[in-house]
Write a protein that binds this ligand. Structure first.
Ligand SMILES: [Zn+2]
Length: 267
């Protein structure tokens, strides 16, 4: 089965393929992927695996059905996106109405992008559909951070995490930035050093992830020169990163959150 995603996911895609060929299809999935992982593309590959008439767990990418899925015009697939900052209650209402209409093929499939931005009302409404999914329908929730979804939603979905490609320059940037901090470089200099990355939200978030990775590698001893760091300082910094990430999920611009983070970490 073909998945359009980073090679880092070979374990995951094998498991998904096996699940489909064994006919173990659930009615609700969460695909979580940070930063610039193309979650919609991943969902499409999975849906083709379900709907492609060739064989369950195969997605030929050439038949009429695969073609429709690739071009977003398959009649039984409903795509939902956020409106402004969140996926709203009305969008979920709309899904429920559409799910009441019988699918042309075997089943209706719903793909909710940025599902982790759903308002509380929207989440509560969706819960009813997750509890009693109509027909053979499948709901796919795409999320950057599934922890933002309520426990009751999480407990009703099968959860997978998609890994993105990690370009080498990101970890280099992150390591250099941390070294600059250690050397007491002025904040404006560090901001300048990562200026290029700050123009893009995904890159900013990925850089944040990488900074955290470097600290985690220091703690676990995977990073050289770990002895010059105090563990309690590092734990504190990791907490600051978590906080910054949370702020971005609450609507703060990623570049502002990162600048703020650098300032706090340099104190
Ligand atoms: Zn096909």
């Amino acid at each position: 089965m073909n998945f359009n995603c980073s090679k880092n996911n070979s374990g995951l895609t094998e498991r998904l393929e096996k699940a489909l060929t064994d006919n173990r299809i659930f009615h609700a999935y969460i695909f979580e992927g940070r930063g610039n992982t193309d979650k919609v593309e991943f969902a499409r590959s999975f849906i083709k695996g379900v709907l492609c008439p060739k064989n369950l767990g195969e997605n030929c990418g050439q038949c009429n059905i695969c073609d429709k899925i690739d071009h977003n015009n398959h009649e039984d697939i409903i795509y939902v996106e956020k409106e402004g900052l969140s996926v709203k209650d009305d969008a979920i209402k709309d899904i429920q109405e559409k799910l009441n209409i019988k699918a042309l093929g075997d089943r209706n499939i719903v793909v909710i992008s940025d599902s982790d931005t759903m308002t509380l009302r929207a989440q509560n409404r969706l819960l009813k559909t997750l509890e009693e999914p109509p027909g053979n329908s499948i709901l796919i929730l795409l999320a950057e951070n599934m922890e933002n979804l309520s426990q009751t939603i999480l407990s009703r979905c099968v959860k997978y995490r998609i890994e993105g490609d990690k370009p080498r320059n990101f970890s280099e940037k992150a390591r250099n930035l941390i070294e600059m901090m250690q050397d007491g470089a002025p904040v404006y200099e560090m901001n300048k050093y990562i200026e290029e990355y700050m123009k893009d939200r995904d890159k900013t978030l990925q850089l944040m992830d990488e900074i955290e990775n470097v600290y985690i590698n220091i703690i676990t001893g995977k990073q050289e020169g770990a002895s010059q760091y105090k563990f309690e300082d590092i734990y504190e910094k990791i907490q600051l990163i978590e906080e910054a990430r949370k702020q971005t999920h609450q609507g703060m611009s990623a570049s502002y959150a990162l600048k703020n983070l650098i300032l706090k970490m340099s104190l």
